[in-house]
Ligand binder design. Structure first.
Ligand code: NAI
Ligand SMILES: O=C(O)C1=N[C@H](C(=O)O)C[C@H](O)C1
Length: 248
């Protein structure tokens, strides 16, 4: 029996790739493609929805799915703590439904975040540089925000000092955004897809942890894995690492 899948944001860069990946999988059946202004209705009878739209629309779309008992795999950015708390409440009324919110579905990016989290307490300095195609509407990227959060929390738990920085004049914001005490810099450049480097420094040494998504194919294995597993993981999961056994 195939799993019936709907894609929300289906006309977009990610949504159209996901439609192709679902169609190519023998055990999945694409039953609905939805984009802006479409009525999600019964989601074409889907058991699982995949949501790659825009940050402002994603919470409403996910709530619609949860309200109809449809499991959801969410890749859209913008899921801050407030939005996640609201989703947890919605899920408490539908305890059988599984939702995965993952800032990045590329296996290498998940490993980059985990390596950065583990390395961060051993270094005085840490900064994140994310680089993306110029059609991206949000900055910093969801991956960079999540990385900085994980790194900041790990440093806090280890009792690290704040990253050293003598800057007193930065009228133009050249030192970037600061997320959980970690400077984050965003580059938008034609020709790029999705890239990130975590830079760590100590006296006399640096460590760079870099991941490059050269094609949206990099996200599809993670998305398809999540579609297959989400119904067996009720409640809210944040991060693909939990589906890959990297959370132990
Ligand atoms: N988690 C991950 O691994 C990845 C996440 N992303 C994120 O996924 C999101 C989408 O990225 P792209 O596909 O590159 O953007 P895109 O702009 O190509 O596609 C977004 C699509 O959503 C549609 N849309 C707008 N409002 C909608 C609504 N109310 N309901 C349904 N659809 C609506 C748009 O018409 C468009 O077709 C972004 O937040 C991006 O950061 C992107 C790549 C990987
Ligand atoms: O918009 C993109 O392209 C991407 N968005 C996600 C993010 O903001 O982290 C994941 C990946 O970086 C590609």
């Amino acid at each position: 029996m195939s799993t019936r899948v709907a894609v929300i944001g289906a006309a977009g860069r990610m949504g159209s790739s996901v439609c192709g990946a679902v169609e190519a999988a023998d055990d999945l059946e694409l039953v609905g493609r939805f984009d802006a202004r479409d009525d999600l209705g019964d989601l074409g009878g889907a058991e699982v929805a995949v949501e790659f739209s825009v940050p402002d629309a994603s919470p409403g779309n996910v709530a619609h799915c949860v309200g109809r008992g449809v499991h959801v795999v969410v890749g859209t950015t913008g899921w801050d703590e407030g939005r996640l708390a609201t989703l947890r409440e919605q899920l408490s009324a539908a305890p059988e439904v599984g939702v995965l919110v993952a800032p990045n579905f590329a296996v290498g990016a998940v490993l980059m975040m985990e390596l950065a989290r583990r390395a961060a307490p051993f270094f005085e300095s840490v900064e994140v540089v994310e680089l993306h195609h110029p059609d991206k509407v949000d900055a910093p990227s969801g991956t960079a925000a999540r990385t900085a959060d994980l790194v900041g929390a790990a440093r806090e738990a280890a009792g690290c000092d704040p990253v050293p920085d003598a800057t007193t004049h930065d009228e133009g914001g050249a030192r970037g955004a600061v997320v959980h005490g970690v400077p984050v810099h965003s580059v938008r450049l034609r020709g790029l897809v999705a890239h990130q480097e975590v830079l760590l420094g100590n006296p006399g040494e640096t460590l760079s942890i870099r991941h490059d998504s050269l094609d949206r194919a990099s996200f599809m294995t993670g998305v398809v894995t999540a579609v297959r597993e989400v119904s067996g993981r009720p409640g809210l999961t944040v991060g693909l690492e939990h589906y890959l056994g990297l959370d132990g």
